[in-house]
Design a protein around this ligand. Sequence first.
Ligand SMILES: C[S@@+](CC[C@H](N)C(=O)[O-])C[C@H]1O[C@@H](n2cnc3c(N)ncnc32)[C@H](O)[C@@H]1O
Length: 225
Amino acid sequence: MYEAQYKDYSPDFVMYDTLLEKNIPVVEFGSGTGRITLHLLEQGYRVFGIETDEDYQGFFLNKIQEKGSNDNFCYVTDITEVKERCNIIYPFNVLFHLNYQQVEAELNKLHKFRHYWNKLIIETDNIQYINSESFRSKFHQDQDYLFKEVPRPSQSKIIIYNEVIEKRSFNIILKFDYSLYLHKADDLHLIYNQIFPRAKFYGDFNLQFYRKNSPKLIAMCINNH
Ligand SMILES: C[S@@+](CC[C@H](N)C(=O)[O-])C[C@H]1O[C@@H](n2cnc3c(N)ncnc32)[C@H](O)[C@@H]1O
């Protein structure tokens, strides 16, 4: 489903191509169906994926085996399994899958293991307020299918109810839901600055400096140890 919906999404690639050095392996946290990993492999990077969903792992391993590009990729469960210094990316709202305590724990762990990495890049949407806009339904479509996402608040998180509708018949062919924690940019900014005081902040994929009205909050922490 994620693959169908986002397979053609690529505006973030330019940022990774600019910020990541080719001779340093990349660890992608929440690599999902491998949209970014595959791009990086095609660009000549070596990549380690961290992904909890075994279906996504199987899907992606099959995909790269078919393409013959599996030599430069493997899954790890933790950065400490990567035995050379790496760059780490947390792309596309992956942090929104973690609650605030889990985000804090992840960042503290990365700080503790800072001798394992050079650059850490974390990308989320820039959320200033959580208001009725945050719960607006979204629609995407491709040639054959309409993808409907309806967010509903549920205590500290939101549940995104999804439907895939076949355009030809108007039949709903798939229904599923997942939860997200919409972290406000000010809260993330604060915690990034506390743990990584020298972090730089960008507001879009062209690396314009972050402002309150930027579409994105992208933190880049550079580790000189
Ligand atoms: C929004 S998808 C992003 C996929 C891909 N990075 C991209 O940008 O296209 C988020 C992914 O993070 C994974 N994920 C969520 N929590 C995780 C965790 N604690 N550890 C590793 N992966 C996780 C989910 O299974 C999902 O595949």
